[in-house]
Design a protein around this ligand. Structure first.
Ligand code: PEP
Ligand code: MG
Length: 596
């Protein structure tokens, strides 16, 4: 068969090479037939017990979740449980059997199609993607009805030989993703899904190469086809020629070797060729992630996204975690980091992280009551969080980071509430760090442009490039239709970044970057050349960024970054960036010569 290439959305990096294993979608070959009157109750019962069996299955998966499973996984499985209990799925198909005499499978598929069509009309792309959850739950019930439970071949990684099975599916539920653990599968390809789909999030946290949004990959690819997934490009090559295969194998080996080598840098301080020390910090979502931060040799936590303690609380009586529950999480993180500073960001809910999806009413949630705006509108909830963070500061160095501020009065109100929380603790005679440092995320263009307001009032700044780019370029960061406009090299972004970094340095106030830019080696030299001294990123990215830092010489980078900043046309910026990447210091030239 001739080789061909499919293009989708890159969601998890790396190269996977292996034979295709197709997961059939049960919904595709469902039997449709009408039943007789006297069979109705038996058919209703058949569907009811399939739903009950799936409930049981989800409970078992939930309780068997390994301790180190990605935290999102449990929440996703809970969502599937809720969908399964919803009358739209648990009741309506039973009525279809009763009134239209459809067999159970047909009734279920009819209702799933109906619900899917309703979801297609939702404007919010995040909610629209949740259609996949309903279909995945439906698939699970169908598989019980038809007796075709998911079967994955028992692929192993014998003695470090990379796994060689690539799973190809119309879609994969997060619960089924559990079977990808332990590197037993080389990667996966799905027809559905976007950057933001649950499956993509889990793939990234499991570190498996993946490409999603491939449209009809699962019909074009046949069982046992040879596949290459280029996870960085979101490309799948089907039946590659021996030459292409050899090239990718060589690239894959190089990547694996590089990864191994990087491990040796764990204890090496991140110092540039000219002797400037750079701080490398970790972004974490839950206290348990501190283990990965330490393992990667992070100098501390630069961003603890505390909202993950608040999300996915389905089944809890209280909407928010209590002060003690939060205190315990913050204390665990700071104790685990063994004296390294932990920067805890106060609750950043809203936009693509709604506390309660049912209550989300804002037309433009990214511009709505998000993050600090929400916290200032719920002062009791905010005070509870502040007290919990302050109490944990008695157990190790903690810094308080506040998201999404733009106005001086927001900073003043926040500082006043921190003062109030401190006073409440003094009255309770509870210990905390009186000198706790307070900083702001710079992620709204207005904040970057009115920096003196922040410098005057706060101890440190952290640039959230994910939102800064979203708000400066007016593109929703979760909308794949405008994803191509998300460009860190837009002159406006370059200007804002360099001005915040240099103004902060002039004022003697520490500035870090904690958005995705900080963890992508493509931008390391650019940020270094702008004068950035602190980078905060996902722990998995830390060592490759460190390697880039070790190979960089600021005396060479700085003048070249000035050229990047002076350029205005995209082509000139790209050319200046290319030169920046190839700059090699004399020290490095000598080292390379000596190695030869
Ligand atoms: C950012 O906006 O860059 C950031 C780090 O915060 P989040 O991605 O959590 O919005
Ligand atoms: Mg942000």
């Amino acid at each position: 068969m001739a080789s061909f290439t499919l293009h989708g959305i890159p969601v998890s990096q790396g190269i996977a090479i292996g034979r295709a294993h197709l997961l059939a979608a049960a919904a595709l070959d469902v039997k449709h037939y009408l039943i007789a009157d006297e069979q109705v109750e038996a058919e209703v019962e058949r569907l009811r017990s399939a739903i009950a069996a799936v409930h049981q299955e989800l409970l078992v998966i939930r309780s068997d979740l390994p301790k180190d499973a990605p935290p999102e996984l449990g929440a996703f499985i809970d969502v599937h449980g809720l969908i399964l209990s919803d009358p739209m799925l648990a009741e309506v198909p039973l009525n279809i059997i009763r009134h239209r005499y459809y067999n159970a499978e047909w009734a279920l598929v009819t209702q799933i199609d109906e619900l899917s069509a309703q979801f297609d009309e939702i404007e919010d792309p995040y909610l629209r993607e949740r259609k996949a959850d309903i279909q995945q739950v439906g698939e699970r019930v169908l598989k019980v009805l038809t007796g075709t439970a998911i079967t994955l071949p028992a692929a192993g990684t014998a003695d470090g030989v990379p796994a060689s099975i690539v799973v190809v599916a119309h879609d994969i539920s997060p619960a089924d993703m559990l079977q990808f653990r332990d590197g037993a599968f080389a990667g996966f390809v799905t027809d559905l899904g976007g950057q933001n789909s649950h499956t993509a999030i889990v793939a990234r946290s499991l570190d498996i190469p993946a490409a999603v949004g491939m449209n009809d990959a699962s019909t074009l690819i046949k069982q046992d086809d040879m596949l290459i997934i280029d996870g960085d490009a979101g490309v799948v090559i089907v039946d590659p020629s021996p030459l292409v295969l050899a090239q990718y194998r060589a690239r894959q080996e190089r990547m694996l070797r590089d990864r191994k080598k990087l491990g040796r840098l764990k204890k090496t301080p991140a110092i540039t060729q000219d002797g400037t020390e750079i701080k490398l910090l970790a972004n974490i979502e839950l206290p348990a992630d501190s283990a990965a931060a330490l393992e990667a040799g992070a100098n501390g936590v630069g961003l603890f996204r505390s909202e993950f303690l608040f999300l996915g609380r389905a089944g809890h009586l209280e909407k928010f975690p209590s002060e003690d529950e939060q205190f315990e999480s913050y204390r665990q993180a700071v104790v685990a980091m063994k004296g390294r500073p932990v920067t805890i960001r106060t609750l950043d809910v809203g936009a693509d992280k709604p506390l309660d999806e049912d209550e989300q009413t804002s037309l433009n949630p990214a511009l709505g009551l998000r993050a600090i705006r929400y916290c200032l509108s719920e002062p009791q909830m905010f005070l509870t969080q502040l007290r919990a963070i302050l109490r944990a500061s008695a157990f190790g160095p903690i810094k308080l980071l506040v998201p999404m501020m733009a106005h001086a009065f927001e900073i003043d109100q926040t500082l006043a509430l921190i003062g109030q929380a401190k006073e409440q603790l003094r009255q309770r005679k509870q210990k905390f760090d009186e000198q706790i440092l307070v900083g702001a995320m710079i992620e709204i263009p207005a904040a970057a442009l009115a920096l003196p307001i922040f410098i005057k009032r706060l101890d440190f700044l952290s640039i959230g490039t994910n939102d800064l780019i979203q708000y400066t370029l007016a593109i929703d960061r979760v909308d794949h239709e405008v994803a191509h406009l998300y460009n860190p090299l837009h002159p406006a972004i370059l200007y804002l970044l360099s001005s915040v970094i240099s103004m902060g340095r002039k004022a003697g106030i520490p500035v870090s970057v904690c958005g995705e830019m900080a963890g992508d080696v493509k931008w390391t030299r650019l940020l270094l050349g702008m004068g950035l001294l602190e980078f905060s990123m996902h722990p998995a990215q830390l060592l490759s960024v460190k390697q880039e830092i070790l190979n960089s010489d600021l005396t060479l980078l700085e003048p070249q970054v000035k050229k990047v900043l002076r350029a205005t046309e995209a082509s000139a910026i790209a050319a200046a960036m290319e030169q920046l990447q190839t700059l090699t210091s004399e020290v490095e030239v000598k080292l390379t010569a000596r190695r030869r």
